[in-house]
Design a protein. Structure first.
Lengths: 284, 290
């Protein structure tokens, strides 16, 4: 006689993390209301709209939390930006009915870059990101608004962003969501399909894609990152079905970019050193 | 008294603004006192917010001073009415700092501190950093009230099964749990995973020992960390009879019938069984653990 054998259902270990988008949207709307309105007495948000899914999701969340009339979508094209980035960003402002404007950053960026003709793509990209940060903060000051960040957890963990630029807004609703979770949230929120379907890109050069730069798809990077953060070693991940080369790409980027997730390193000289001994929460 | 009218106030304090939050509490007391109420329970760090880091030393209070503030807020809004109040606060006891909860009886226009429980399990991992700033409470005490014997457990105190178990063995029939629980876990069903976990813990404790559980959860976001509210009253059969949503300030209220405790224990006499076996368990020569 053979007895039926019952074993636990095992989810696929190598899948990107799941998300309940409705629950997440509710939580993040409450987060935005608490952090902006209740915490800082600021009712308006400024979001830089790149034409990508991260900034679109952020704009949708802000519109739900604060009302569309209190959200300002700012498009900041450079002369080499893809025209489709502008039109895709326009899809967001049109769908949401939020305030929108376009501020061309070419003159500002080239005002500096003209003196650095040999700057490579990485340096140029960092300059553009920092000019955009400048615009977002100044527009926020003009409007009595707060800049809201659009960096997702994947790019934060991989260090795939410009330090003190993309990460500089004081409030970020999607920074603990992996890219694949942002896509699911975008579908739930009703972000226009072209923004969800297109390949993510920093839009610095023609045909540039994030996944091409990183050497791994977001779906795989998210799965590997999630397991690394849960404490698995490379060998354990490979034994459980991950590709070693991909695990190593992710681990290397993660381990070489911890500094990007911190404030500047300050020499400690006293027993009142800020953030070492003198500790106050951000909302105190 | 067989029936106790309980109101749990789920606060969403402004960070560090003790005086302003205390003013808000007067409105809450005014509202709560408009209906019959015998016992009001507030969350952990209810009038300061939970994550204070070094500012805890600025805001921590002597328990008598805190009792005086609570009593004044009640008596000014409900003159002549008696009530018992439980509230979490950061305590300064002659320069030693604790995460505490006070049980205050206000009777005949005067406050009487029946008990102060100092949190024993200070979470110091991941997002939590309590033991960096605070000292651990050293005693789990039950105490007599006009509604019977009770114990207070603060947040993680409740996550260690032995703590509510010992409180029940020592005679507590009502366990009061002020809490501040930062929410996490978006990959499961229709609520945050951490809320599901809390519900399971509280209902299991109530059902195992035949006790009422009064859980007061802090609400509001603190520097991105959203406190999950979800205040609840669990009956001695392990059923949640009323529950607040995770977000926002709320009052939940219910009359709790203390005779239900005896009925639950008659149906499922696990606590009586434990009384009989506990000495054997504790005499195990493998205890104390390494």
């Amino acid at each position: 006689m053979k007895l039926p054998v019952i074993e636990p259902h095992r989810g696929d270990f190598t899948q990107a993390p799941a998300i309940n988008p409705e629950l997440t949207a509710q939580w993040l709307e409450a987060f935005l209301r608490d952090e902006l309105v209740a915490g800082r007495s600021i009712e308006r948000a400024v979001v830089g709209l790149s034409g990508g899914v991260d900034s679109a999701v952020t704009a949708y969340l802000c519109a739900r939390a604060l009302g569309p009339k209190n959200v300002y979508g700012v498009r900041m094209p450079y002369k080499q930006s893809s025209p489709s980035s502008l039109t895709d960003a326009y899809l967001v402002t049109e769908a949401l009915g939020i305030n929108e404007c376009t501020i061309e950053i070419t003159a500002a960026a080239d005002g500096y870059l003209q003196f650095e003709p040999d700057a490579d793509a990485r340096r140029r990209g960092n300059v553009l990101a920092r000019v955009r940060m400048l615009v977002l903060f100044d527009q926020s000051a003009k409007l009595g608004a707060l800049p809201v960040g659009t960096g997702n957890k994947t790019e934060r963990l991989l260090g795939y962003f410009t330090w003190h630029a993309d990460d500089s807004p004081p409030v970020n609703p999607i920074g603990d969501l992996y890219k694949s979770q942002v896509w699911k949230l975008a579908e739930y929120l009703g972000v226009p399909k072209p923004l969800i379907d297109k390949a993510p890109s920093a839009d610095l050069e023609a045909n540039q894609t994030d996944e091409g730069d990183l050497g791994i798809t977001y779906a795989k990077a998210d799965a590997v990152l999630a397991r690394i953060l849960e404490g698995y070693t490379n060998d354990q991940l490979v034994a459980r079905g991950f590709d070693r080369a991909e695990v190593e790409i992710v681990r290397k980027r993660l381990d070489s970019t911890h500094w990007k997730r911190h404030l500047p390193t300050t020499a400690m000289l006293s027993n009142t050193a800020i953030n070492e001994f003198y500790l106050r929460p951000v909302d105190f | 008294m067989d029936v106790v009218n309980v109101a749990i106030v789920q606060t969403k304090p402004r960070k560090g603004k003790y005086r302003e939050n205390l003013r808000d509490l007067r409105d809450v007391f005014s509202q709560a006192g408009a209906d019959p109420v015998d016992l009001i329970v507030l969350p952990e760090a209810a009038l300061t917010g939970y994550f204070l880091e070094g500012a805890v030393y600025e805001l921590a209070m002597d328990s008598d001073a805190f009792a005086g503030d609570l009593a004044t807020a009640w008596l000014e809004t409900n003159p002549g009415k008696d009530v018992d109040v439980v509230c979490g606060f950061y305590e300064n006891c002659e320069g030693t700092y604790y995460n505490s909860a006070i049980y205050l009886e206000i009777a005949g226009g005067k406050p009487h501190v029946k008990h102060v429980h100092r949190k024993m399990f200070l979470p110091t991992y991941g997002v939590f950093d309590e033991e960096r700033f605070l000292s651990r409470g050293r005693r789990l005490q039950t105490f007599e009230t006009r509604f019977g014997r009770m114990a207070m457990l603060i947040c993680e105190d409740c996550w260690h099964a032995i703590v509510p178990t010992l409180a029940a063995v020592k005679g507590a029939r009502i366990l009061i749990v002020p809490s501040a629980a930062p929410g996490r876990g978006i990959d499961d069903g229709g609520e945050l995973t951490s809320i599901t976990r809390w519900r399971g813990i509280l209902e299991a404790i109530a059902a195992e020992h035949g006790v009422y559980l009064l859980y007061a959860g802090l609400a509001g976001f603190e520097g991105g960390k959203g406190m999950t509210g979800s205040s609840r009253i669990v009956d001695p059969h392990g059923h949640t009879i009323v529950e607040a949503p995770p977000l926002g300030a709320h009052i939940i209220r219910a009359p709790i019938d203390l005779r239900e405790i005896d009925r639950a224990r008659a149906i499922l006499p696990l606590l009586g069984d434990l009384h009989a076996v506990l000495p054997d368990l504790l005499a195990d020569d493998e205890l104390p653990l390494r």
